[in-house]
Design a protein around this ligand. Structure first.
Ligand SMILES: *Cc1c(COP(=O)(O)O)cnc(C)c1O
Length: 371
């Protein structure tokens, strides 16, 4: 084992310490306000997030899973509807579809970019699996910080609403436009390890549609359009003032942190080339924000053990595709590819540490190990 300090794959504590003075001041301000749920901090965060993203409306909520479920509900999708998404994702994407009573159908990935295969999506829309309710929405996931092919997905699913799951892609672009502004509605997790992370749970939904925004703001709080009067049945999924105050601080640093991730990725690319490893593919006309820097290694356990011996943590995103997990295996609908590329990827993917607070010394150690 290495005697050097261990480099964890993710390190949200370092993210806090790097901004401690600013975050502590924001927390004190929120505590002193005497207002802890849906107040000035939350409204300011929503306005600042919408402006940063370049969309008209952002609605805070409790987490990224709820953000997806609220988006589906706002679009009127529930029991009797199927929703196409991927199996190579955080289980949350699929869980959110079932939370609203809809039926997931899982499409395989394009193995180069780990995102939804638009060709198979088109096949599933044209020839849905038997026994499936009508497909009424599509949720592509912008995985690891890089865009799914939204124009091709749109073309494969004409007329269907598309919800971008941007939980791993805050700030990434496609065709010069920020992800989360390419479709009618998009969702972001603000879990601590995401590119924009709270110090607790949080989520946000973005839309350019004022009607959807109003509906989302009601659905997240019991369906209230007016205080204490539920016009429709909603849920409790609010972003609290402490997290909103913290997120306002972190949002101001997000672009610089994404630039730092890109610079780290460039260092890794060079080290991978030296070490005979293939760097992750970049989609043309897109910017990748490197939520994860993911390699494919056939001898993954050995690779991880050798990195660990050098004091370097690695992760696997994700070790078991959703369709093979005990809760879903055998009962969740798949497209004709039966998620074969997904299963191959999940056996080989490995994620390096890439958070923006890595020190130069840590970066040098990781690059030396790769080379
Ligand atoms: C993190 C994540 C989620 C879920 O977010 P939570 O805030 O943990 O509920 C959903 N989708 C993707 C792709 C994620 O990475």
């Amino acid at each position: 084992m290495s005697d050097l300090p261990f480099i964890p794959q993710a390190n949200p504590g370092a993210g806090y310490r790097a901004l401690k003075a600013e975050i502590d001041a924001a927390v004190s301000r929120a505590l002193a306000s005497g207002w802890y749920i849906l107040g000035a901090e939350g409204r300011a965060f929503e306005a600042e997030y919408a402006a940063w993203l370049g969309t008209a409306h952002a609605v805070g909520c409790a987490n990224g899973t709820d953000a997806l479920a609220l988006a589906l509900r706002a679009l009127g999708i529930g029991p009797g509807s199927a929703v196409a998404t991927v199996s190579h994702t955080a289980v949350a994407t699929v869980a959110a579809i079932e939370m609203v009573g809809a039926t997931p159908v899982l499409i395989d990935i394009d193995p180069a970019f780990y995102t939804m295969d638009p060709v198979e999506l088109g096949t599933v829309i044209a020839h849905p699996p038997t026994g499936l309710p009508p497909i009424r929405a599509v949720i592509p996931v912008h995985l690891y910080g890089q865009a799914a092919d939204i124009p091709a997905i749109r073309a494969a699913a004409p007329g269907l609403p598309v919800i971008e799951d941007c939980s791993q892609a805050h700030g990434a672009t496609l065709g010069g436009r920020k992800l989360g502004t390419l479709t009618e509605i998009s969702t972001f997790s603000l879990y601590p390890t995401k590119n924009l992370g709270a110090l607790g749970d949080g989520g946000v939904i973005a839309t350019g549609d004022a009607g959807l925004a109003t509906r989302l703001a009601a659905l997240r709080q019991y369906g209230w359009h007016t205080h204490y009067i539920s016009d429709e049945a909603g849920v409790n999924s609010r972003l609290d003032e402490l997290q909103a105050a913290i997120l306002r601080v972190k949002l101001a640093h997000l672009d610089a942190q994404n630039a730092r991730r890109a610079a780290i990725a460039a260092r890794f690319d060079a080290a991978c080339a030296a070490g005979g490893l293939t760097p992750p593919a970049r989609r043309p006309d897109a910017t990748h924000v490197f939520h994860q820097y993911v390699l494919r290694v056939p001898d993954r356990a050995d690779f991880q053990a050798r990195m660990k011996a050098r004091g370097i943590g690695t992760g696997i995103h994700y070790p078991m595709p959703v369709h093979l997990q005990p809760a879903y295996a055998g009962r969740v609908a798949l497209g004709p590819a039966a998620c074969a590329a997904t299963a191959l990827a999940s056996a080989e993917v490995v994620s390096l540490p890439i958070h923006p607070d890595l020190t130069e010394a840590e970066l040098d150690r990781i690059c030396a190990a790769l080379a």
